[in-house]
Design a protein around this ligand. Structure first.
Ligand code: GCU
Length: 592
């Protein structure tokens, strides 16, 4: 009975907040903050003794007879942000718990509030400060924060345990085709705010309107002053409005503006916008655009577009670790632009905020996804909560980014009643949070049982989706070679925009042979040529995001010489060198 009591208790918790987490504070890079990035001490805790031995107390030995079987003082260090796998040989394939510790002085200002913010940590994180537990978070790819106003001192010690053990009820589940990097993978900072502060806001064009801005603001106020006044100011649009929030700290307003220059890849217009409360002003740069579907078309600002894209994992071909910095985001976006793209699929999980904001600045449209990948536990209510939390957190973080045009619910999930129900609930949740963007998922195709070369797209998910997206690998998986691709007939059972969210072939960078030789750059080149010709035969096609920009690590890719732990479908090798197929796709996009 007690077990069920806790289960019911967990299920009644507001699903997107784990124990003691503070609601997500957005636009953190424009707020007053102190970075905690840098060297952190660490202790590997494969035996999970840290909690029992109270590592989080961060005690020091008081006398020479005292027995203390941990000591951060003398512990080794690693960089934060950063996964532990690419930093420490002994942690290359490590999956389990690691304890991090950081000591730092801090000058607290009177009347200020302080929050400890993590850009992300994979997977299960417990956070302690000055011997107190702040809370925990589950999920490896979205931000979380805790209020530390009453805890922060002149001298502080933060202790964080991060456990990337894969579990079947988690999202993603046990199996995936990417490396399960562990650690404090994104920026860590202390945010400083005034007592009543703007915790979050939404500002986007109203669905279907090109001159009405929907504005909602959330003020978090310890003193619950009811009529906090927020001023929104967009100088270039001559918008300056003062809005009073209600007793819950919320206010909404629709603001009319005639001459909005709408965001697009050709015109990535961002408006300098400020939100002021008392003597505190938060700045942002926001673009406004309309994205919708009409029949088989995807309309951006009312015009039909073709998504010239590529897929991307958040992994650097140079560090062979998770990317996390602006510079790495710039490197990726430069390659995406060099390829001639106007669109990028951030797969299979929310990537860091730097690449989202940079894509927006550079006019690259984005597909964002949560790692509902292959067969997760569809009937497990806990698994649904995890998925919903991630979706909620990425929508909160990126809802003001004009570049984000598609929310994707899942990747390559077998059709079943419980899967359909699970995904339908996620769709409904997403539409309730943000009805201004398109919804999709990367679906499987299947044969029609008659010809070897026909594929049918009739996944029931398509009924509720805005864009039909499929992954198909004919010419790579199976015995068929790329020359069969010209025979391929796609039967799409939906009168909706159709995109290939994936296709691709492996090639070892620098390995050259005739095009019939697997793993050669020539085979991959041939595959792209044939597949792109096939694409031109599908009149319903409105976009592509081939698999994938760069080679990436995967525990499923251990073929010696050719894979050695890497999925080799990158157009750029694991040394950062372009393969022949890169130029095939570049030429295709430049003439598209
Ligand atoms: C799948 C999957 C990817 C995987 C790719 C591949 O479609 O979505 O995560 O890496 O195929 O097989 O290379």
């Amino acid at each position: 009975m007690q077990k069920y009591f806790y289960l019911i208790l967990i299920l009644t918790l507001p699903s997107y907040l784990w124990a003691d987490e503070f609601p997500q504070i957005t636009n953190v890079y424009n707020r007053q903050s102190v970075s905690l990035n840098g060297k952190w001490k660490y202790l590997i805790d494969q035996a999970e003794i840290g909690n029992r031995r109270k590592f989080w107390q961060d005690k020091e030995i008081s006398n020479r007879s005292e027995l203390l079987e941990y000591n951060f003082e003398t512990a080794a260090q690693m960089n934060v942000p950063g996964d532990w796998n690419s930093q420490k040989n002994e942690l290359q394939y490590y999956e389990g718990k690691v304890w991090y510790q950081k000591s730092f002085p801090f000058i607290k200002k009177p009347g200020k509030r302080y929050f400890l913010y993590f850009g992300a940590a994979n997977y299960h994180t417990e956070v302690f400060m000055n011997g107190e537990k702040l809370g925990e978070h589950r999920g490896g790819f979205t931000p979380f924060n805790f209020e530390i106003t009453t805890l922060i001192n002149e001298q502080n010690s933060i202790v964080v345990s991060v456990d990337n053990t894969r579990k079947k009820e988690q999202v993603p589940t046990i199996i995936s085709d990417w490396k399960n990097f562990g650690g404090l993978t994104r920026d860590v900072m202390i945010i400083e705010e005034i007592n009543a502060f703007i915790q979050d806001y939404t500002l986007q064009l109203k669905k279907g309107s090109s001159d009405e801005l929907d504005f909602t603001v959330w003020v978090n106020d310890n003193n619950h002053v009811s009529d906090n006044q927020v001023t929104i100011h967009i100088p270039e649009l001559n918008i300056k409005e003062i809005i009073s929030v209600d007793s819950s700290g919320k206010a909404t307003r629709t603001i009319k503006s005639e001459n909005i220059s709408r965001w697009s890849p050709q015109n990535p217009q961002l408006y300098k916008t400020s939100f002021s409360l008392e003597n505190n002003t938060l700045h942002d740069e926001i673009g406004f655009r309309n994205i919708e579907v009409e029949g088989k078309d995807i309309l951006l600002n009312g015009k039909s577009i073709f998504l010239k894209g590529i897929s991307l994992h958040e992994e650097s071909p140079f560090t062979h670790g998770r990317t996390h910095s602006r510079e790495e985001a710039q490197m990726m976006i430069d390659w995406v632009k060099e390829l001639g793209c106007n669109y990028l699929r951030l797969s299979h999980y929310p990537h860091n905020e730097h690449i989202v904001r940079l894509a927006e600045k550079e006019g690259i449209m984005l597909w964002e996804e949560i790692p509902v990948y292959w067969d997760i536990e569809w009937d497990n209510p806990q698994t649904y909560q995890y998925a919903k939390q991630m979706l909620n957190d990425v929508i909160i973080r990126d809802k003001n980014r004009a570049a984000v045009i598609i929310w994707s619910m899942a990747n390559e999930t077998d059709i079943s009643e419980s899967r359909n129900t699970f995904l339908k609930k996620l769709i409904d949740f997403t539409r309730s949070k943000d009805d201004t963007r398109l919804i999709s998922a990367a679906l499987f195709v299947h044969g029609d049982g008659k010809s070897r070369f026909s594929r049918v797209v009739d996944d029931p998910f398509g009924k509720n989706a805005d864009v039909i997206s499929v992954n198909q690998y004919i010419g790579w998986y199976g015995s068929a070679l790329p020359d069969v691709i010209k025979e391929l007939e796609m039967t799409i059972q939906f009168d909706k925009p159709f995109i290939f969210s994936e296709f691709g072939a492996g090639a070892l960078g620098g390995f050259h042979a005739d095009s019939l030789t697997r793993w050669s750059e020539e085979y991959q080149e041939w595959y792209y040529k044939e597949t792109l010709k096939m694409c031109d035969r599908i009149d319903q096609l409105r976009g592509l995001s081939p698999w994938i920009l760069t080679d990436f690590q995967s525990p499923r890719r251990m073929l010696p010489v050719y894979q050695d732990g890497f999925n080799r479908k990158g157009l750029i090798s694991s040394e950062g060198k372009k393969k022949k197929a890169f130029f095939v796709l570049q030429e295709y996009y430049n003439q598209k």
